[in-house]
Design a protein around this ligand. Sequence first.
Ligand SMILES: Cc1ncc(COP(=O)(O)O)c(C=O)c1O
Length: 370
Amino acid sequence: MNNKEFITVTSPLLPNLEEFHVLLKEIWDSKWITNNGSFHRRLETALAEYLKVPYVSLFTNGTLPLITALQALRITGEVITTPYSFVATTHALWWNGIKPVFVDIEPETGNIDPNKIETAITPKTTAIMPVHVYGKPCNVKAIQEIADKYGLKVIYDAAHAFGVEVNGESILNAGDMSTLSFHATKVYNTLEGGALVMHDEQTKKRIDYLKNFGFAGETEVVAPGINSKMDEVRSAYGLLNLKQVDTAIEARHQVASQYRKALRDISGITFWDDIPGVKHNYSYFPIFVNAKKYGMTRDDLYTKMKENGILGRRYFYPLISNFSTYRGLPSATRENLPVATKMADEVICLPMHHLLNAEDIQRIINIIIR
Ligand SMILES: Cc1ncc(COP(=O)(O)O)c(C=O)c1O
């Protein structure tokens, strides 16, 4: 099959090349290419405004803000988290020497089930790390109530939740901090990149130290920080992408509407609708295959799609709790995670990006409808 005939699960949002050249020239002329330069500062300000959050600290990817948030809040011992995510969520705990405790998810959202959190709390629990999976908002109110009751911190992995709002408020304002990923595959990208969202200036200052080796001045190091600064080239690229992200999200919205219309009555195929009051970002379009009703397993449909040039992805299969690093944990058993296990066995994320056209969408739908 010719490469052009493949429909990939995503396609990066790329800034206008000529506009990018202009900004590159500015960077070249200034000779300031990293370390809190003017584009870095401008992008932090622009993102805070766009996302309706008080403070943003840019990072070089979406994994290091997770690791750094845990350090900044001095999280130790055990952290309650979800197995239904990208592996970086749990790796961030591992890198801090923290034991992950997996809690099952809700069938309605794919997010951690607040009703199952309390029984997983032990004297060693210090925090909860939920994920707004596919950009669908967690039940932040219920999670905060549990956190307040037991004195726990909450760090949201909001890698998928760029721009998501509930009743006009950014979902990124929930919890103690939220992290974002600006990886090429995300709704908004800076090639590689990410950010931490925090509520106050003091925390922002501390995070800015931690992402710069712990430097608090020319000769003062206040913590064993890491290097996870975003450079000027990617910050400039990010500023340009911010101008077109709304248009890209609207194009994704149209794709989601067409999928929903065509797949609504296919026996054995289910998907989620938009939630009233939520501003979605349409970052993914997961469908769930009930093999008995559909007459074909998820893996057979996945393979059939692939053979026809349609590259869906089984996000999130396998569960994080099934990877060798984590499967020995007491909380990693199938019995503890029945909803997540079922979802991981049934899910396929259909191609979802701003460049899909009507012909592409029809080709995808035809394969599923048969
Ligand atoms: C839920 C989740 N968390 C964290 C990450 C890590 O982000 P990055 O790839 O930018 O390091 C991803 C990324 O792809 C993700 O999907």
